[in-house]
Write a protein that binds this ligand. Structure first.
Ligand code: PGA
Length: 260
């Protein structure tokens, strides 16, 4: 059985004091939950990785970063490498988030995503690879083709030996930060497709790789989404910034999977 994973992507939010109090509240709340039945991960901005890691030491919450550069070191002003992230104690790193593909700066293309994914694995980090279609792509019936293309391109020259070598997050662009989540059926259809494509690319390990849903997850819709057989958890943006809503999502996910 795939282990449930709920990750909070804080994006460029909170300050240090806010980050620390959120962690304290999450730790207190998780004590009440059977949290060893799920991997709970927080992904703060780079500058908060070390202080957050200190608070997380010896606890059940795991750490992730939101991005990395594909070179290990060198003259790349402003970038942060996989080994640097690993040094903070982080275990995960988000790769190819749609805001990096479509919104920020020079916009990451599929080749860059592939280089970053390989760099993450090389640094011993588990990449959380984000894929997803835009609204125009969905409306023109291209959703599954887009997912196939993004997944195939991201996995060029990538070997998957262990289930933890990769996490995939299906994040329809039109659902991110909009309040419009995919329906459970839309999510399940996309996840089944991604798992089938992963099997084509990497073989039977696809059955053990976790595929998360992301896009406007809230405590109110998490149960239905996580109840789908191929939805193995969530990547949560806005609702991960408040302990009550993030814990509500973890609780709903555990209940949906029959783990509490
Ligand atoms: P959201 O973001 O939950 O605020 O829609 C999800 C994400 O970007 O990972």
């Amino acid at each position: 059985m795939r282990h449930l994973l709920v990750a909070g992507n804080w994006k460029m939010n909170l300050n240090l004091a806010g980050a620390e109090s959120l962690i304290r509240e999450l730790l207190a709340g998780l004590r009440e939950l059977p949290h060893n039945r799920a991997d709970v991960v927080v992904c703060p901005p780079f500058v908060y990785l070390f202080p957050v890691a200190q608070l997380l030491r010896g606890t059940s919450i795991q750490l992730g970063a939101q991005n990395l550069y594909f070179e290990a070191q060198g003259a790349f002003t402003g970038e942060v490498s996989g080994p640097m992230i690993a040094e903070t104690g982080a275990k995960y790193v988000i790769v190819g988030h749609s805001e990096r593909r479509h919104t920020i700066g020079h916009r990451e293309d599929d080749r860059m995503v592939n280089l970053k994914l390989r760099a993450a694995q090389q640094a011993g980090l588990t990449p959380i690879l984000c894929v997803g279609e835009t609204l125009a792509e969905r409306q023109s019936g291209q959703t599954l083709d887009v997912l196939t293309f993004q997944l195939t391109a991201a996995l060029v020259n990538v070997k998957l030996d262990r289930p933890d070598d990769l996490v995939i997050a299906y994040e329809p662009v039109w659902a991110i930060g909009t309040g419009h989540n995919a329906t459970p059926q839309q999510a399940q259809e996309a996840h089944v497709h991604l798992r089938r494509e992963l099997n084509r690319l990497a073989g039977p390990i696809a059955e053990s790789v976790r595929i998360l849903y992301g896009g406007s997850i809230k405590p109110e819709n998490a149960g239905e989404l996580m109840g789908q057989p191929d939805v193995d958890g969530g990547l949560v943006g806005g609702a991960s910034l408040k302990a009550a809503s993030f814990l509500g999502i973890v609780r709903a996910a555990l209940a949906a999977k029959g783990r509490c």
